[in-house]
Design a protein around this ligand. Structure first.
Ligand code: LM2
Ligand code: CA
Length: 487
């Protein structure tokens, strides 16, 4: 399940966090034009409706049943989105929450099904008490995960009170695989497996073995769903990401922290140290890794002194340009909504705030209106998605650094990027490896070949590469301290 299927020349995933299905459906035309492979959408199943705090984003990580009316829209809207996006060759990956159901308490979910977390009763599936881990499986008195050094607790006890499914039983697997098969039959192409660390690898592979092939209306026959498993592994716990790499890709959380620390210059890190970035930094093999600068969790509750987000826009663009120009992992771009932080004692007390809207319904997306950030549409990021696509499969080449925070590298004649993360202008001749010709800087210009231009007047214009691949490149410091050229 580790391979993914994209339209030729596309590769990158965008997480349209908390977008409604109808908005994603219209965004797919833009995504197709700009070369995105796929969209990760918020959990689409029926979820709990939480009112204290009011309608947090995380209510969607508490499944009530596998029926499909959610805060993002109806089943029909979901299916319309999948079909429209597939027709444009932009595929849909869902956030797959199958480790657990809700926390304690009872109520009615977003599609009208009742549930009772205390009684472990979910008639909308149906699941009953026998489908959940209890004292026989989980060794702690509280029923909670208390020690991340004990893999049995991590897999069989509750994560923050969430009722923990017995994923090893045929019945539970049939329900969760049945849910995924319903989506696959509608045209869904992949799954972000939420809380994979809290599921036994054998249960994950047994469940995925029950999946249908992808819908032959859009995918070559015999194509399997893609899966990337969310395993948060900083290297210090009993469960490691490598236990899951045989099943599919695995999230590499160190990627966002490491690149964040480098761009911020934390702990004496320097851009020049990136010359062997990836496996050389002790991270997962790039062919197993699923990577991102930030995700919906780390941008709220991660180490906010390391992780970069849209709030540090200039450094964020540097970090994204590096990950898209480099060759490591399967890259996902975050697309966020704005919320007002309330940082006290180093923690954001507003991290729960749900998407823009009111009374638990979500507003229509208008990119750059102050509510919807749309990082995936930032020129510096979307043009680097193109660079990434053009360079796909071409190894890193022509490395240069100054021993500090200025680096440059190419992609075997397909692209070349210079990053100046220091004070003062950088201007010199570089060996780019590019074919002779005139190029535009895609960080500041809209297009990659002359006549270079843009709407806002930021375009740095043409760069000449001579017959031996040399180019004089000047990179200012400050805002957008990068020049990127590609064929
Ligand atoms: C994930 N990956 O493994 C998601 O990326 C993460 O966002 C989810 O947590 C988590 N696993 C469970 O799917 C979020 C959020 C939690 C929230 C849960 C469930 O970060 O804060 O927990 O979703 O909604 C909340 C309360 C917590 C309470 C729990 C159960 O914050 O205090 O625990 O609900 O009622 C008693
Ligand atoms: Ca579990």
């Amino acid at each position: 399940f580790g391979t993914y299927y994209c339209q030729s020349g596309r590769d990158v995933v965008v997480h349209l966090f908390e977008w409604k299905w109808a908005d994603i459906q219209s965004e797919c035309s833009w995504l197709a034009e700009h070369g995105y492979c796929a969209v990760q959408v918020s959990p689409p199943m029926e979820h709990r409706i939480v009112t204290d705090p009011p309608y947090p984003w995380w209510q969607r990580y508490q499944p009530v049943s596998y029926s499909m009316n959610s805060r993002s829209g109806s089943e029909q809207q979901f299916r319309d989105m999948v079909e429209a996006c597939n027709d444009l060759g932009v595929y849909i990956y869902i956030d797959d929450v199958i480790n657990h159901m809700t926390g304690g308490g009872a109520g009615v979910g977003s599609d009208g099904s009742s549930f009772d977390g205390d009684a472990r009763d979910y008639p909308g599936v149906p699941f009953g008490p026998f489908d959940f881990n209890g004292p026989e499986q989980c060794p702690t008195a509280s029923g909670e995960i208390e020690d991340y050094g004990d893999p049995i607790q991590v897999r069989n006890c509750m994560l923050v009170g969430l009722r923990d499914l017995r994923g090893g039983t045929a019945y539970v697997q049939d329900q969760t695989a049945g849910y995924m098969n319903k989506l696959i039959d509608w045209g869904v192409a992949g799954f972000r497996l939420d809380a994979a660390k809290h599921m036994w690898p054998a249960d994950v592979s047994d469940t995925f073995a029950k999946l249908h092939d992808l819908n032959a209306q859009w995918f070559p026959s015999g194509t399997k769903a893609y899966v990337y498993q969310e395993v948060i592994d900083w290297g210090s716990e009993a469960v490691s990401g490598s236990e899951y790499t045989g099943i599919g890709r695995v999230t590499e959380f160190r990627h966002g922290k490491n690149i964040g620390d480098v761009v911020r210059k934390n702990f004496g890190q320097r851009m020049s140290y990136l010359s062997n970035y990836g496996e050389g930094w002790g991270q997962l093999n790039g062919l197993d890794a699923f990577v991102f600068i930030d995700n919906h969790d780390t941008q709220r509750t991660g180490d906010l002194n390391s992780i970069l987000t849209f709030r540090q826009s200039n450094m964020y663009k540097i970090a994204n340009a590096f990950q898209l120009a480099w060759q490591y992992g399967h890259v996902r771009i975050m697309s966020s909504y704005y919320w007002q932080q309330d940082i006290q004692d180093g923690r954001d007390h507003n991290e729960w705030i749900g998407p823009p809207g009111s009374g638990g319904s979500t507003s229509d997306v208008v990119c750059f209106d102050g509510d919807w950030i749309c990082e995936h549409r930032w020129r510096q990021i979307s043009n680097m998605v193109r660079f990434h696509n053009v360079a796909l499969g071409y190894p890193v080449s022509n490395w240069w650094d100054n021993g500090g925070d200025r680096i440059a590298f190419g992609r075997s004649g397909r692209g070349f990027i210079v990053i100046n993360n220091e004070n003062g202008e950088l201007s010199q001749s570089f060996s780019t490896g590019l074919p002779e010709g005139q190029y535009c800087d895609v960080i500041t210009c809209d297009n990659n070949r002359p006549p270079c231009g843009d709407s806002g007047g930021a375009c740095r214009g043409e760069f000449s590469v001579d017959g031996s691949g040399q180019a004089l490149i000047t990179v200012p410091a400050g805002e957008d301290p990068m020049v990127a050229l590609h064929v």
